[in-house]
Write a new protein. Structure first.
Length: 128
């Protein structure tokens, strides 16, 4: 599966589930491969496209998986306990933010007295 088809599936999923909060995780680098491998060169491009795509939807949030070697096992393929703990804390913060009540402040606008006076004058001119 390539980048474009993956983004297409994510796009379809987010469009079909507009009444659900969606959290998308970025793709971590593969530490079991060489840094200059094709897969590792494609990962930052895909993550950038994924983040830009999810910004379009208010019900969709993205969190970045840490690309630190300390978060992965020795062979670099799986997350270790510390890496899983980091991801759990990030997810907990996102979920807490979703359920946190925020009160929107109204926007107060000043009356434009000149416009009101002009409208009053127009009304007075048209009266018989």
């Amino acid at each position: 599966m390539n980048t474009e088809s993956s983004l297409k599936y994510v796009s379809q999923f987010t469009k079909n589930n507009t009444k659900t909060n969606i959290t998308v995780a970025t793709v971590p680098q593969c530490f079991d491969l060489a840094p200059n491998s094709n897969v590792n060169q494609e990962v930052p491009i895909f993550n950038w496209k994924l983040c830009n795509h999810t910004k379009q939807f208010a019900h969709c949030t993205t969190f970045k998986i840490e690309n630190k070697k300390e978060c992965f096992t020795k062979h670099g393929l799986h997350l270790n306990g510390f890496g899983k703990e980091v991801i759990c804390k990030q997810l907990a913060a996102i979920i807490k933010g979703i359920f946190q009540y925020t009160e929107d402040m109204p926007i107060f606008m000043n009356w434009d007295t000149e416009q009101i006076e002009n409208k009053d004058m127009e009304r007075n001119n048209y009266r018989c």
